[in-house]
Design a protein around this ligand. Structure first.
Ligand SMILES: [Cu+2]
Length: 168
């Protein structure tokens, strides 16, 4: 019977060791343990897919035309010479037919569209990411900055900074 008792004690000690290794933050745990998750940089939540967007005068340039529905990361980079932003809009309207208010660009509060995400104005050379949970549909990516200097008070959207994105 001594063998069984010893075996039982051994099993308990083994379990205690496993629990200690799992709970402890100490450095001398088992060498086979999985690495602890490290802090991520720009993206806070995991994404299923990503869209890399370059913003410049007067283009919104995405590296894909379509993505799968789910968590989509938008990585926006302003490679232009003036400030740009990125507004992701869900609408049945075509990309060049969104409602516009003179001097204020696309009317982001319009009931004809839904703003599902926005990266505020980025100065030249800066980049920023956001993750949006997107359902299937057609989306429009725009820059909605209005330059004070523009006599026509047009937004960058009206100057051509718009592109459609299909979410499947
Ligand atoms: Cu712009």
């Amino acid at each position: 019977m001594n063998d069984r008792v010893l075996f039982g004690i051994g099993t308990i000690l083994l379990l205690v060791g496993v629990v200690a290794a799992a709970c402890g933050g100490g450095g001398d745990g088992g060498g086979d343990s999985e690495p602890e998750p490290t802090a991520t940089t720009a993206v806070q939540q995991p994404a299923d897919s990503e869209v890399n967007v370059r913003l410049f005068e007067w283009t919104v340039d995405a590296d894909v035309e379509s993505v799968a529905a789910g968590a989509v990361a938008f990585n926006a980079a302003n490679i232009g010479g003036v400030g740009h932003n990125l507004v992701v809009i869900r609408s049945d309207l075509s990309a060049d037919a969104l409602p516009v208010i003179k001097g204020a660009g696309v009317d982001e509060a319009s009931s004809a569209i839904e703003v599902v995400g926005k990266i505020e104005e980025l100065e030249p050379g800066l980049d920023e990411s956001m993750v949006l949970d997107l359902e299937p549909g057609v989306y429009t990516l725009i820059c909605n900055i209005v330059d004070e200097a523009d006599a026509g008070r047009r937004s960058h959207y009206q100057l051509g900074m718009r592109i459609e994105l299909q979410v499947n």
